[in-house]
Design a protein around this ligand. Structure first.
Ligand code: ADP
Length: 169
C-alpha cells in the first residue's frame, strides 16, 4: 500500500490545494493531508484543528485523510509508514526551496522521497495568503476557495479585524 503525505499550512485550504489532493489521491493508495505546525510561521488565521475542519468540508475522497503534526515531516512520515511526500509546484520560485526541503527530508529519513505535482495553470498564482488578501477586500472568492468554506473565511476575517483592530494574519 503506497501512502503519501501532503504537508502544508493550509491556512485555509484553496482550490489549488484541492487540485493537488485529488491528483495525489489518483496516484497513491492513501493520501494523508497533514497540517504542519511550523515553528517558523507563528499564529495563522485558523487553528490547525479549524484548518482540518475546513478541509473536511471541502473535499471528501475515500482514500484521503487529514491530520495535524507539530514535529518534523520526516519523522511523521516514518510514524505513518509513508515513503512519499507530495508537494505542489506553482513557479520556479517554489522549485528552489522545495528541492532543498526534499533533500533535507531524504537526509533525515533516507526512505522518504518527494513527488512534485505542477500546479494547474489557473491556480499558478494562488496561495492561501492571496486568498486571504482578496477576502479582506471583499473580492469574489469563487475561483480561489472551495465554496463550502468561503463564509467561514469571511467570518473569521471579520472577527479578527474586530479583535485586532486591523492586525494582519
Ligand atoms: P501556501 O500558504 O503558499 O498556499 P501551503 O504550505 O499551504 O502554502 O502549501 C502546501 C503545499 O501546497 C506546498 O507544496 C505548495 O507548494 C502547494 N501549493 C499551494 N498552493 C498551490 C497551488 N495553487 N497550486 C499548486 N500547489 C500549491
Amino acid at each position: 500500500m503506497k501512502t503519501a503525505i501532503y504537508p502544508g499550512s493550509f491556512d485555509p485550504v484553496t482550490l489549488g490545494h484541492i487540485n493537488i489532493i485529488k491528483r495525489a489521491a489518483q496516484a497513491f493508495d492513501k493520501v494523508i493531508v497533514c497540517v504542519m505546525v511550523n515553528s517558523g510561521k507563528n499564529g495563522g488565521l485558523f487553528t490547525p484543528e479549524e484548518r482540518i475542519e475546513l478541509m473536511r468540508k471541502s473535499i471528501q475522497v475515500e482514500n484521503v485523510e487529514f491530520d495535524v503534526n507539530y514535529g518534523l515531516v520526516a519523522d511523521y512520515a516514518k510514524e505513518k509508514g509513508a515513503n512519499i511526500l507530495v508537494k505542489g509546484l506553482r513557479a520556479m520560485s517554489d522549485f528552489e526551496q522545495e528541492v532543498q526541503m526534499a533533500m533535507v527530508n531524504t537526509k533525515l529519513n533516507p526512505s522518504l522521497d518527494t513527488v512534485f505535482f505542477p500546479s494547474t495553470e489557473k491556480y499558478t498564482y494562488l496561495s492561501s495568503s492571496v486568498a486571504k488578501e482578496l477576502a479582506r477586500y471583499h473580492a469574489n472568492l469563487d475561483e480561489f476557495l472551495p465554496r463550502e468554506i468561503i463564509d467561514d473565511v469571511k467570518n473569521k476575517l471579520d472577527i479578527r479585524s474586530d479583535e485586532c483592530n486591523g492586525r494582519q494574519y
